[in-house]
Design a protein around this ligand. Structure first.
Ligand code: NDP
Length: 288
């Protein structure tokens, strides 16, 4: 027996088609040009690639993309000013701040300059707090995509035992909260967790966001468990997850592959968040 694949590409296609239809309607009905600003400093290859991916996906969905490329030598003051200006600009509906930040720039200062109502990546503390309080507005796109995959395959969350490996603010913690608010019993693991494989084996839903290529092998997985792999690690010319797919797939009930799993859905959810930012601006009901 091999696990059923959680097909992120197929889900992404569906979400993007839905977003495109809503964007087209908004353009027609409100004469508004939905616009996403992507702010990047320097030419980090992964960041350049991500800018290109979002730009292509956004434009296909009818979203206007404004790339704001700052020099890698930009100062904190200049970067803060740039983000503050975009935050005040009525023509901009959503803003993404790309990592890494240049040397000498404190990410917190830049994030604080971001208007929370344009924070489509869910990085502003206000949006993190709203998620914690169970009143989410903008949630980081990657965990939103993980949740969408679970929902797409009708995987029961209520009462399930969910184990997260990784506690970052953009993946592990928000994923834990999304599952908690849907009544899963959650355990959040990290680099100091004792007997990680033993804890992971208790999971009905195992979500992994570590950044270590193929660290999670079959010893971490309870037979039949649902495994969500957020890892995206470049090893040579290939992209691998944090889960050893070939070994885990025969044990798990469901598994998201890398590539073609959570990564594909992330971009779609980002576009969905942009759509929601436009809907907030127009006081329309949200379509997610
Ligand atoms: P971070 O580096 O911010 O966090 C990694 C987490 O993993 C930390 O909580 C860390 O623990 C934990 N960790 C590291 N090593 C171990 C270990 N040996 N045992 C147990 N826990 C460990 O990473 P991100 O959350 O930003 O990203 C995680 C992965 O997800 C990466 O591969 C990244 O590329 C990918 N990613 C994928 C996206 C997508 O669209 N699919 C988007 C964003 C990220 P501690 O807190 O103790 O240090």
């Amino acid at each position: 027996m091999s696990a059923q694949i959680l097909d992120g590409k197929a889900l992404s296609k569906k979400i993007r088609a839905r977003v495109k239809a809503s964007i087209t309607e908004i353009r027609t009905d409100h004469g508004l040009e939905p616009t996403l600003a992507i702010v990047r400093a320097g030419e980090d290859p992964a960041s350049v690639w991500y800018t290109r991916t979002i730009t292509r996906a956004g434009e296909r969905a009818g979203i206007n993309i404004q790339q704001v490329i700052l020099p890698g030598t930009v100062s904190e003051t200049e970067m803060v000013q740039q983000v503050a200006q975009l935050s005040q600009d009525d023509a901009i509906h959503g803003i993404i701040l790309q990592e890494p930040y240049p040397e000498g720039v404190n990410p917190e200062s830049v994030v604080n300059a971001l208007a929370p109502e344009k924070d489509v990546d869910g990085v502003h503390p206000l949006n993190a707090g709203l998620l914690l309080a169970g009143r989410p507005r903008f949630v980081p796109a990657t965990p939103l995509g993980g949740l969408a995959l679970l929902q797409e395959y009708n995987i029961p969350i209520k009462g399930a035992r969910a184990v997260l490996i990784g506690r970052s603010d953009i993946v592990g913690k928000p994923m834990a909260l999304l599952l908690l608010h849907r009544h899963a019993t959650i355990t959040i693991c990290h680099s100091r967790t004792v007997d990680l494989p033993g804890v992971a084996r208790e999971a009905d839903i195992l979500a992994v966001a570590i950044g270590r290529p193929e660290m999670v092998d079959a010893t971490y997985v309870k037979p039949g468990a649902v495994v969500i792999d957020f890892g995206t690690n470049e090893v040579g010319d290939t992209l691998v997850g944090d889960v050893k797919f070939d070994e885990v797939s025969p044990v798990a009930g469901y598994i998201s592959p890398v590539p073609g799993g959570t990564g594909s859905v992330t971009t779609a959810m980002l576009l969905q968040n942009l759509l929601n930012a436009v809907e907030y601006r127009l006081h329309l009901p949200l379509t997610h």
